[in-house]
Design a protein. Structure first.
Length: 245
């Protein structure tokens, strides 16, 4: 990995992720901590932490930013993450907040490197095919009542039940991540392109630009495990492709 950069791939609902971030932080001693968040998502996580008994309200402004479809997608996606988080006793996004606090408590610069969620959601629904919309709707409606989807995922990824359960309790290994990305790309190509590939490019470019502006600083980067591998290669690519003027 590039000497100025350390990327930690996390599971957003895994306790292991916080331990990994802490370990790398103490060993690497970074100058900057970069996280897979934009300002809107960070504000949302901080609001939830500071107001544990309150739920962020659904208002017209929120819907206007991403559209009704986008808002519903975010709502159900968040609900699913919360349910999985309860299974392992971990709030979704806890590892990102931990990284944010590490930067604050150690007087380090914090970089929010993700593309604004409003742009991502608008791009997703602009490019999503009718077939994918119907498939997603079917998965969303029938997944709680059928075992077919879980069995199909197991067949596509070659995972047994024990490996499947590890997805929610710890950070999956690189082979498992590759299988999951392959399955996502096959079943939901637009989801993969917009939610994974485009954001990988966005975050990698942003990191390289930040580094070129601050060449003597070391960056600890905290992103979801599904982003880490490709981002390492993209950072190498953009390090040569981007020239500040």
């Amino acid at each position: 990995m590039t000497s100025w950069l350390k990327i930690v791939g996390t599971n957003h609902i895994s306790k292991d992720s916080i331990d990994e971030i802490k370990s790398v932080f103490l060993d690497y001693k970074p100058d900057v901590i970069a996280v897979e968040l934009d300002k809107g998502r960070l504000d949302g996580l901080l609001y939830e932490e500071n107001n544990p008994n309150k739920k962020q309200s659904m208002n017209f402004s929120s819907i206007r930013k991403v559209g009704v479809k986008g808002f519903l997608f975010l709502f159900f996606g968040k609900l699913m993450q919360q349910k999985m988080g309860k299974l392992v006793g971990m709030k979704p996004g806890s590892e990102m907040l931990f990284a944010v606090k590490l930067a604050k408590n150690n007087n380090l610069n914090l970089a929010l490197i993700d593309r604004p969620i409003t742009i991502t959601i608008k791009r997703l629904f602009k490019n999503l095919t009718f077939k994918e919309k119907m498939r997603f709707l079917g998965d969303l409606v029938f997944a709680p009542f059928k075992q077919k989807q879980a069995k199909e995922l197991q067949e596509k990824t070659g995972l047994d039940k024990r490996s499947m359960s590890s997805l929610f309790s710890k950070v999956p290994d690189s082979e498992l991540i590759d299988k999951l990305m392959f399955a996502l790309k096959g079943r939901y190509p637009t989801f993969y392109t917009v939610l994974v590939d485009e954001r990988n490019h966005y975050m990698a470019r942003k990191l390289v630009i930040l580094h070129k502006k601050n060449p003597n600083q070391k960056f600890l980067v905290v992103v979801g495990a599904g982003h880490a591998k490709e981002m390492i290669e993209l950072v190498k690519h953009y390090s040569f492709a981007i020239e500040l003027v």
